[in-house]
Design a protein around this ligand. Structure first.
Ligand SMILES: CC(C)(COP(=O)(O)OP(=O)(O)OC[C@H]1O[C@@H](n2cnc3c(N)ncnc32)[C@H](O)[C@@H]1OP(=O)(O)O)[C@@H](O)C(=O)NCCC(=O)NCCS
Length: 156
């Protein structure tokens, strides 16, 4: 019998971030984004930092916050290699959007590097506009900026 584990999305704690970092490659592959996993974000923006937990660990997570101007900013979102393509990234975004909206967010924003084709496709499927902005991250460092208004429709 194949047992399907549906992960529960709950607020993240700093121990969750350490667990994710121990298995970093399963969420980010060869890219090293460990330095972006700041405990301060989880401690200070607890309601908008979420993990999807199951019996076999953390299937995915989102770390984000709401800016004073009402933007729900997603700093990091990732699903574990064995949980991709199951709708979990969409569920995490929906949970983040709900939490951000409760804090007054009117829109969502995220960024990625121009080479991250998977992230660009994923965000477009979720209804984000994607624009490459030259020098976004410093001279010669373009980033793709995703924006969309809330509410976010969780259904595909
Ligand atoms: C990007 C990522 C979070 C997507 O998570 P996921 O759980 O696979 O996404 P979902 O299954 O919820 O997919 C949602 C939609 O996006 C589409 N999608 C997701 N990844 C895609 C990809 N690589 N290429 C094309 N479409 C994609 C799905 O087909 C789905 O469309 P549908 O709902 O209309 O059928 C995941 O691939 C990941 O963790 N990647 C590595 C980390 C990363 O790059 N994060 C983003 C940094 S900004």
């Amino acid at each position: 019998m194949i047992r399907v584990m549906r992960a529960q999305i709950t607020p993240a704690g700093t121990a969750d971030i350490h667990q994710v970092l121990a298995d970093h490659h399963r969420y980010w592959g060869k890219r090293d984004l460990r330095a972006l996993h700041l405990s301060a974000l989880v401690r200070e923006f607890g309601e908008t930092c979420l993990v999807a937990r199951a019996e076999d660990g953390i299937h995915g997570y989102v770390i984000g916050f709401v800016t004073p101007a009402g933007t729900g900013y997603v700093h990091l979102i990732a699903t574990r290699d064995d949980a991709r393509g199951t709708g979990l990234g969409r569920r995490l975004y929906a949970a983040f959007a709900d939490a951000a909206h409760r804090q007054g967010a009117q829109r969502l924003k995220a960024i990625t590097s121009p080479g991250n084709a998977g992230s660009i496709a994923f965000h477009r499927r979720l209804g984000f506009d994607a624009r490459t902005v030259d020098d976004y991250d410093g001279p010669g460092r373009a980033m793709v900026v995703f924006r969309r208004v809330l509410p976010l429709d969780a259904a595909p």
